[in-house]
Design a binder for this molecule. Structure first.
Ligand code: ZN
Length: 418
């Protein structure tokens, strides 16, 4: 059983490496910690609340910058943007790794494959929506320059830290979150390279564009979207996206899989196909995966934010839009949006998603992300038990900086009992 948690750069910079290492090792009793190498456009904690034990700040807003020193080959046309600390040579991952050694903590790089703030000619490198908008900071998985970047990047990270494992996140297409909630970001990539590749798949891109428009309209109108979602061409488009992501996962595995353990960070199975993540093929090209059925959020990102944004685009009630989204995701819960916003999905969701992930991944281990912020401490145990009964091979308690010290102590109590 793996017991892990995840940290953001400001945790270590604000609290000090020794304090963070001690809290994770002694209070939360987690021997593994995923350290975020590049941040996201994100409010900490997400989507609301205050950092409970940060001595300097109540809220931190990050950009999608690289937070540790990085050498990337030139000639790509684009470059990741480094934070001031990274430019100055400061490496918080090295600091927490050193402090972690003294308390038996294993620090693993938590990297983002395709989502990073970019400078240079990034417009040519990023994904494009069905409506023709370039989504900044998100590399198109189909471009040769992306493949070269990802190969160089993972090799560099492994050579820099020699970690026992890496957690590969953002190996997928964009969701609706970011600086603003934007549902159109869900429908990519229609760049010239992808359009040409799709044609070779037998995909009629005008048909897919029209179907995606109908799908979006159906959400906004709060009507049943499942028939549209089963359109043959739309399914072929989803399969194309999944193949592009699995191909890149294979490339990562080929590049570093002999040197370290490669874990993927995946959306829960009900959402994953819409993000380009196909569990059945990904299970064959990694050593394991963490999925994150954070039940209070209804998945990994802010489901309520998506529903309210969709409802705001039309005239329908958010309740009908919520029902339409839940039906599309085939989530077997009859609760209302009001109930969801008050309580989240039932803890059963953690078991439901974990069991599906384990079934599809077959022999490859699944680790379950357990929400430990914005949740009563008593529910942490229930969620952990739900993940265990779903067949999880371990737990990633998410996350250190957003959780109260009481919640971390509860994690420690659960971990010590195993
Ligand atoms: Zn593309």
């Amino acid at each position: 059983m793996i017991f892990a948690t995840q940290i953001h750069p400001h945790d270590v910079r604000d609290e000090g490496a020794a304090a963070v290492a001690r809290n994770i090792s002694e209070l939360a009793a987690c021997p593994v910690v995923g350290a975020e190498i590049s941040t996201l456009e994100e409010r900490h904690p997400y989507p609301h609340g205050e950092l409970p034990h940060n001595p300097r700040r109540n809220v931190v807003v990050t950009h999608a910058r690289h937070e540790t020193p990085l050498e990337i080959p030139t000639g790509l046309g684009f470059r990741p943007v480094l934070s001031e600390e990274a430019i100055s040579g400061s490496d918080y991952v090295a600091q927490i790794s050193q402090a972690g050694q003294e308390v038996g903590l294993s620090v693993i790089p938590w990297i983002k494959a395709l989502n990073i703030e970019l400078e240079g000619d990034w417009q040519q490198a990023c994904v494009v929506t069905a409506g023709g908008r370039v989504v900044g900071n998100w590399l198109c998985p189909s471009k040769p320059s992306t493949e070269y970047y990802v190969r160089s990047y993972v090799r560099y990270i492994v050579s820099r830290y020699s970690p026992r494992a890496v957690l590969v996140d953002r190996l997928r297409y964009p969701d609706w979150s970011g600086e603003q909630v934007d549902p159109s970001s869900l429908f990519t990539c229609f760049c010239p390279d992808c359009e040409a590749l799709m044609a070779s798949y037998g995909i009629d891109t005008s048909h897919v564009r029209a179907s995606l428009k109908r799908l979006g309209d159906s959400f906004i109108a709060g009507t049943d979207a499942t028939t549209i979602a089963h359109d043959d061409q739309l399914r072929l488009w989803m399969k194309f996206r999944q193949d592009r992501i699995t191909r890149l996962a294979q490339i990562i595995q080929d590049e570093i899989g002999a040197m370290t353990t490669v874990w993927l960070n995946l959306w829960p199975p009900s959402f994953a196909p819409w993000m380009g993540q196909d569990y059945s093929s990904l299970g064959r090209v990694c050593h394991g995966a963490k999925h994150f059925p954070y039940h209070k959020l209804g998945g990994g990102a802010d489901l309520s934010g998506l529903v309210r944004r969709l409802a705001g685009m039309g005239v329908e009630s958010p309740e009908r839009v919520f029902r339409s989204v839940m039906d599309l995701l085939e989530l077997p819960y009859s609760l209302s949006l009001a109930e969801f916003e008050e309580h989240g999905l039932p803890v059963d969701y953690v078991q439901h998603e974990t069991a599906n992930a384990v079934r599809i991944f077959k022999a490859t281990p699944i680790y379950t992300g357990v929400q430990i912020w914005d949740i009563p401490a008593s529910e942490i145990e229930a969620a952990t038990e739900a993940a265990a009964s779903g067949g999880a091979s371990g737990f990633f308690f998410y996350c250190y900086g957003w959780a109260t010290l009481d919640a971390l102590a509860e994690v420690g109590r659960i971990a010590r009992r195993q």
